[in-house]
Design a protein around this ligand. Structure first.
Ligand SMILES: *[C@@H]1O[C@H](CO)[C@@H](O)[C@H](O)[C@H]1NC(C)=O
Ligand SMILES: *[C@@H]1O[C@H](CO)[C@@H](O)[C@H](O)[C@H]1NC(C)=O
Ligand SMILES: *[C@@H]1O[C@H](CO)[C@@H](O)[C@H](O)[C@H]1NC(C)=O
Ligand SMILES: *[C@@H]1O[C@H](CO)[C@@H](O)[C@H](O)[C@H]1NC(C)=O
Ligand SMILES: [Cu+2]
Length: 673
């Protein structure tokens, strides 16, 4: 039995993590001499040489950046004012290039703005809110290099990081705290199935051991192609790929500007959000005018609270964007499987803790999708003698990124349709976070209630949890200003007796949201609304305001109490929809400094306290897409992808169906070679 037992340990190290970085802190990532020669667009990410220049400027500002006592956690373009970006035309001079840097120096959080042309640090805010910057890649590497000898008397072969905790009270703030997953079985390549342990890195040292727990068997955890040698009773499906005899139809100009069909947008990799779509505009097929739809869209936070109050588990409520970053965790996409043939790949360039450029290759892919669907059709049955059968194939453009934030994998798709629709899909796969149990069969439980989740393999519980992805959607219908949020309510009317043979029907009533509080929305099927963003100063020939509607898809709400510590930090999920007045500083739904934040800088706080007027203004839509996840045996050892999406769909934006004139596919154009 002995080797089937291990100990759940929580260990607090003598060393603060910052010291750990210094000791073990060399990133295993390739350092590259990679450079797009110069930025071409005001929103282009920092180029390799710009990252180096920021580092030089910072060294002059604080010698700690030279000696290594000050550490860069995040560095990104400090985007110019929206007005300047909107006015900018190709050929104009670029607005001054600035970088926003989140750094730690002497245990304090710094938010620095660095001007690249003047070579000056133009602002340096120290601890503007409670909380720390996003983890550096070295934080993660350092934690994974904690030596087994540090945990004496326990059988531990390998240690791997498992994420960080949130904020649960004063004592947690002594230093940054990392969870580490302890792996019992070195021979398994599947890190997430064997373990059950966590420990903390903090000051001072203490060991927490809550006794022996069975180690789940590691058999059946293999998932790599070429290592699985069981017979699979699935008939072979012939190889398949989409053919594009004339090649893809999209263009990527100057590194980040995408042009396809009637769409133009800017796309860039981002350390925190993973991928940012900017200045998406669609051409009116009748007039040829390029019309603004969205100034900026990205995943602002990804919140995953686990439902186990036990020691070692209660604090598992992760903020994957603000604590880890969706960028550095986005490994290169796998050609032909993650993205089809003819996909175009974009690399990310981020800053290392010392300020060197780090390449994240093939991080985003762009491809055209034809999935055998139609974009519109009609055949005529009511006109005898005619043979009207019209159908148009649906081809879309997809921008994709896939991050592996520890155990979980999330694929983010921004899909553009020629009819003006934008679909955002989040797909989850990867591995569950699991817990050991003495049970190998549900019958062993007898009358007892199941633990924190279902038994999904021998001695393995899949802990119940939620996933919430909050999107920042800065919709600008035709222009930044003069946008309003309209709640289009479907109200049931009861008819008085004798008026009609009907007794009830639905009537549409419109309510324009006046302030931010009017736009805090909890979805309900029995109180249905459409959610329109309109520009009342831009009317169709019939007088309807040009607009787009948010179309929610399958969703789940956070049911945690609002005073529960993770939910205070995750308060941006208290509603599925929010609309705020545009504020350049309000980008991150959980706050700029998310790590161990206390929930004082969240979307909830901005909306409740600021409650600004949002009628005929520049407004930002926030939408949270969620999943409740009750694990099952099929999720073991790697779960089949689950996905959910939402759409941004034109409403009275165009004068009529904008894709009436697209041409059908013909055999002669699609010769099989
Ligand atoms: C460790 O994993 C290997 C390969 O998966 C397996 O053969 C072995 O039995 C495992 N050992 C334990 C103690 O689970
Ligand atoms: C593959 O098959 C061989 C021989 O049948 C067996 O020894 C080995 O354990 C199998 N490997 C896995 C991963 O199941
Ligand atoms: C749109 O908003 C701007 C700024 O608030 C204002 O100056 C302009 O007059 C508005 N346009 C129309 C057509 O009302
Ligand atoms: C914009 O956001 C910043 C940061 O949260 C805040 O300090 C400022 O007061 C906000 N401005 C307005 C007009 O709401
Ligand atoms: Cu899940």
């Amino acid at each position: 039995m002995a080797d089937l037992l291990f100990h759940r340990i929580a260990l607090t190290l003598l060393l603060s993590l910052l010291f750990l970085f210094a000791t073990f802190g060399s990133s295993s990532r390739t350092r590259i001499k990679y450079s797009l020669e110069k930025p071409h667009h005001p929103l282009d990410p920092l180029m390799s040489h710009e990252i180096k220049r920021v580092r030089t400027i910072l060294s002059g500002h604080d010698p700690g950046f030279e000696s290594g006592s000050a550490i860069i956690h995040a560095m990104a373009l400090d985007e110019p004012e929206k007005q300047r970006v909107v006015r900018w035309k190709k050929g104009d001079r670029l607005p001054p290039r600035r970088a926003e840097v989140l750094a730690m120096s002497n245990g304090e959080s710094h938010v620095l703005t660095v001007d690249l042309s003047s070579g000056r640090v133009v602002s340096d805010l120290v601890n503007p809110t409670f909380g720390y910057p996003i983890l550096t890649m070295n934080d993660i590497v350092a934690a994974s290099q904690v030596r087994p000898t540090m945990i004496q008397n326990h059988i531990i072969n390998k240690i791997n990081i498992n994420k960080i905790n949130g904020f649960f009270g004063e004592t947690d703030t002594i230093c940054k705290i990392l969870y580490i997953l302890i792996l019992k079985n070195k021979s398994s390549k599947n890190l997430f199935w064997v373990p059950n342990s966590v420990f903390f890195c903090s000051v001072p040292t203490w060991i927490f051991d809550n006794g022996p727990v069975p180690v789940p068997k590691s058999t059946g955890t293999e998932y790599r192609h070429g290592f699985l040698n069981e017979t699979v009773h699935i008939d072979r499906v012939n190889p398949m790929s989409m053919e594009q005899p004339d090649g893809p139809s999209f263009k990527v100009e100057d590194g980040y500007l995408v042009k396809w069909a009637n769409w133009n947008f800017h796309i860039k990799p981002d350390q925190r959000a993973g991928m940012i779509i900017s200045q998406a505009s669609v051409r009116d097929s009748k007039t040829g005018e390029a019309r603004s739809v969205m100034y900026k869209g990205f995943a602002s936070e990804l919140y995953v609270p686990y439902m186990d109050p036990e020691e070692g588990w209660y604090s598992k409520a992760f903020m994957d964007a603000g604590e880890f970053g969706l960028g550095p965790t986005s490994m290169p996409l796998v050609p032909l499987n993650d993205c089809p043939r003819n996909a175009y790949y974009i690399d990310g360039i981020f800053a290392s803790p010392k300020g060197d450029p780090i390449l994240q290759p093939n991080m985003i892919c762009l491809f055209e999708r034809y999935a055998g669907d139609t974009s519109w059709r009609h055949s005529e049955i009511l006109l005898p003698g005619t043979n009207i059968r019209e159908s148009r194939a649906k081809v879309t453009l997809v921008a994709r990124m896939a991050c592996s934030v520890g155990n979980y994998d999330y694929t983010f798709d921004w899909e553009f349709q020629m009819d003006g629709l934008i679909r955002v899909t989040v797909a989850a796969s990867g591995m569950l976070m699991v817990k050991g149990t003495p049970y190998t069969n549900v019958q062993d439980l007898g009358e007892k209630e199941a633990d924190s989740g279902p038994l999904i393999s021998e001695n393995v519980i899949g802990v119940v949890h939620d996933h919430f992805i909050t999107f920042h959607l800065d919709i600008d219908i035709d222009e930044p200003a003069n946008n309003s949020f309209v709640k289009v309510h479907l109200e049931k009317q009861r008819l008085p007796p004798g008026e009609s043979r009907r007794k009830s029907y639905l009537k549409v009533k419109k309510y324009v949201a006046k302030t931010e509080k009017d736009a805090q929305i909890k979805l309900s099927m029995y109180d249905p609304y459409e959610f329109h963003l309109v520009n009342p100063t831009r009317r169709s020939r019939l007088g309807n305001p040009a607009g787009y509607k948010l179309v929610p898809g399958a969703n789940a709400a956070s049911l945690l109490d609002h005073d529960d510590p993770p939910q205070i930090r995750g308060a941006f999920t208290n509603n599925q929809i929010w609309v705020t007045r545009y504020n350049r500083s309000e980008q991150w739904a959980g706050g700029l400094l998310m790590y161990q934040s206390r929930g004082e800088d969240t979307l909830q706080v901005w909306s409740d306290r600021r409650d600004r007027s949002i009628e005929n203004e520049d407004i930002v839509l926030w939408y949270t897409l969620g999943f409740h996840h009750v694990p099952c045996q099929e999720d073991f050892p790697v779960m089949p992808t689950i996905a959910a999406s939402f759409e941004l769909k034109p409403v009275n934006f165009f004068e009529s169906n904008p894709i009436l004139g697209i041409t059908p596919f013909f055999e002669k154009d699609l010769q099989v070679c």
